[in-house]
Design a protein around this ligand. Structure first.
Ligand SMILES: Nc1nc2c(ncn2[C@@H]2O[C@H](COP(=O)(O)OP(=O)(O)OP(=O)(O)O)[C@@H](O)[C@H]2O)c(=O)[nH]1
Length: 669
């Protein structure tokens, strides 16, 4: 584990730094710190020839980018054999230059200006914390990737060299005061050494508890340190908490104050929100949502794994490139493991009727493969059971036949589960409702869609994307702000509506107002607001009402009852469950409980008897690459279709799912 990492300008200013342990938080500031000694003795006085410097039990490594006058430094406990430090420094250097070269050049120029013109100091407020926010994310991913690879590397080396004996296997110990012995000459496992060192430090300090979470810190021009990990106590002086407060678990429903303490959503300053801070056009320009058909409709594109890979964060690809040399090394070492499907199918050969015993190891491997693709365990098991049943007793010829038989059975099963049983054509459904004949005494009602789901999954963002798509199709949309709980939720929608109304149809503004927000602030009854919004939409000729609801946990009965009340009072035409593509097993629990709660609690009132979820919108699809198993779990649990997938943070980042593309992504090795 690393202790400290920084990127500094040779002029002496630390642009970015990260401390990983409280003990070395002072590494950057104390004059006796190894990092400062490195700078004084090794860099300024040139007293060390190689790029490793050791002092007070720490090892410090560094690298330069001479043309930008940058120095990258990593410090760690000398006793640890951190094999990835050189790779980390090289990858940091490459990525930082790739992403921040213009910034650093401008900064270096300003330093030059400052030395020649002191008045420029006030005019140049360099906010490194803000400027390098994205670097924090890149660095985290990079470090995680390297740590995982190092662990894998260690395991594969251990597998090939160490045969465990009874002496080497020791049960894990919970006694953190026990100090495992360290033989300084023997090569040590990094975690073991880390534990030993920590235990020793704890013993010296007279305590035996575990260390808290990793600390982070940055130093800006003024040298002020801010803790990112402890953001909710920013204004407080930092103190180490001495005792750990035990979490209380209970069966009772949460009280108002519990809810307030559990509301981790940030108090949002609308002007600083994601949507507001973007250049408006960039919210639609980055990719095109779809194409206009001959009859003037605006279609949402199908998600295509091969083509839509570029919706991934570009930094992921840059990091993948930076890690390629290491990947190549690891893949040669682990190539003996073979590809999942290749090795699964290779286990079945011969021309005989397949038995349960023949299939068991194959299906176990298929289950494992599905779980790797983020399919929930229960669903993976059920899919495998189905595949097994369809194959038992089937006669197979040679290897190729078995290979094909299992592939075809799995592919058929996945296709059957994913194929929508009801229409996913929302536009058709909207137009049918809006154009159906009515008695002259009756006013035309708008088409209503309620977006429901747990907290933070992307309900409001994706509701806005759907809104953008609807107004592109010439419909007038009213957004009902029924999240009256999370602070900032109404303002977030206000910003979206402002953006969307400026974009209008195909970028042109519309005098009639294609989109409007119906809001009544916070703390009011969401069901009532939705009702008022629908009435307002009816009276003001809106075609569609999109109802944004507050995020809630599936086990929170009072909140689920409130949602059921909104449903039963307003009978939305569609209830769309918004869920993240990132969820694995949790997807099943969320969907089952939302669906059941809506059916149970809305059936007690007369209007909408037993209404459940009508379909899903799966968000953050851009973050899972080919691990699209959540789509399978969600459709399996509900039997309902996925209307859209959200694949980014601009208004056009909405796609429809073509079943064959999802099947292909899941089957892919
Ligand atoms: N990468 C990616 N991020 C997304 C996507 N959809 C939403 N997000 C991000 O997810 C975060 C949460 O989105 P919100 O729309 O505020 O989520 P919410 O469900 O309305 O949140 P609550 O109202 O607190 O329940 C925001 O940072 C969004 O930008 C997506 O498709 N891809």
């Amino acid at each position: 584990m690393l202790d400290y990492c920084s990127i500094a300008h040779k002029g002496g200013i630390v642009l970015w730094s990260r401390s990983f342990t409280p003990d070395v938080a002072q590494l950057a500031s104390s004059s006796t710190s190894p990092v400062n000694s490195l700078i004084r003795e090794a860099l300024i006085e040139g007293r060390t020839a190689d790029n490793k410097y050791e002092k007070d039990g720490y090892a410090v490594k560094w690298t330069f980018v001479n043309d930008l006058e940058l120095i990258f430094v990593v410090a760690y406990q000398r006793i640890l054999q951190l094999a990835y430090v050189d790779d980390l420094l090289a990858a940091m250097k490459r990525l930082f230059v790739q992403y921040f070269q213009p910034f650093v050049t401008a900064f270096a120029q300003s330093l030059h200006d400052i030395t020649t013109n002191t008045a420029a100091i006030q005019d140049t407020p360099w906010n490194f914390t803000k400027s390098f926010q994205s670097w924090d994310v890149i660095f985290d991913k990079l470090l995680k990737g390297l740590e995982e690879k190092a662990a894998l590397d260690r395991k594969s080396r251990l597998r090939s060299t160490v045969r465990p004996t009874f002496e080497t296997i020791t049960p894990p110990s919970d006694d953190h005061d026990t100090i495992p012995s360290i033989d300084p000459d023997a090569p040590q496992d990094e975690e073991q050494i880390s534990r030993s060192v920590q235990a020793l430090k704890n013993r010296l300090r007279g305590r035996g508890g575990r260390r808290g979470p990793r600390g982070r810190g940055r130093v800006d021009v003024a040298g002020s340190r801010e803790s990112v990990a402890d953001s909710d106590s920013d204004s407080q002086p930092k103190r180490k908490s001495k005792t750990k407060i035990q979490r209380k678990w209970g069966d009772e429903a949460p009280t108002e104050s519990d809810m307030a303490s559990l509301d981790f959503s940030e108090k949002v300053d609308p002007s600083a929100m994601d949507t507001g801070s973007h250049d408006l056009q960039s919210l639609v320009d980055q990719s095109s949502m779809g194409t206009r058909t001959q009859d003037g409709l605006y279609e949402v594109k199908d998600w295509d794994f091969a083509k839509d890979r570029n919706v991934r964060d570009a930094t992921d690809d840059a990091i993948a490139n930076a890690l390629k040399p290491l990947d190549a090394k690891l893949s040669t070492e682990s190539s003996s493991l073979g590809s999942t499907f290749g090795s699964i199918f290779a286990r079945l050969t011969g021309s005989k009727a397949l038995t349960e015993a023949d299939l068991k190891p194959v299906l176990d491997a298929v289950k494992h493969h599905l779980m790797k693709k983020n399919v929930a365990v229960d669903i993976a098991e059920k899919v495998c059971e189905g595949v097994g049943e369809s194959l038992i007793g089937r006669k197979v010829g040679g290897f190729q036949t078995v290979n094909n038989a299992v592939r075809v059975a799995l592919s058929t099963s996945l296709t059957r589960i994913l194929t929508p049983k009801t229409s996913t054509d929302l536009l058709l459904s909207i137009r049918t409702k809006l154009s159906s004949p009515l008695p002259s005494s009756q006013q035309r009602m708008p088409y209503t869609i309620a977006f429901v789901g747990v907290n933070g999954v992307g309900k409001s963002t994706n509701l806005s994307k759907v809104c953008f798509w609807l107004i592109q199709n010439g419909l007038r949309v009213l957004i009902a702000a029924c999240d009256t709980f999370r602070s900032g939720a109404v303002e977030q929608l206000r910003v979206h509506v402002r953006n969307l109304s400026m974009l209008g149809v195909n970028g042109a503004t519309d005098s009639k107002g294609r989109v409007e927000l119906y809001e009544k602030g916070y703390g009011k009854d969401a069901a009532g607001i939705a009702r008022e919004a629908i009435t307002y939409a009816r009276d003001n000729d809106f075609d569609v009402v999109l109802i944004d609801t507050a995020g809630r946990m599936q086990d929170n009965e009072p909140l689920m009852r409130a949602l059921a009340k909104l449903v039963s009072l307003n009978s939305p035409d569609k209830i769309i469950f918004v869920g993240e593509a990132l969820v694995g097993n949790e997807a099943v629990d969320q969907l089952t409980k939302f669906d059941r709660a809506l059916r149970d609690f809305s059936s007690t009132t007369s209007v909408a008897k037993g209404r459940g979820i009508d379909g899903m919108l799966v968000t953050k699809w851009d973050t899972v690459d080919d691990k699209v198993g959540a789509a399978l779990s969600m459709t399996y649990v509900t039997g309902q279709p996925i209307f859209f997938v959200g694949c980014g943070q601009t208004y056009t980042d909405l796609r429809q799912l073509r079943v064959s593309n999802v099947v292909q992504a899941i089957m892919k090795d």
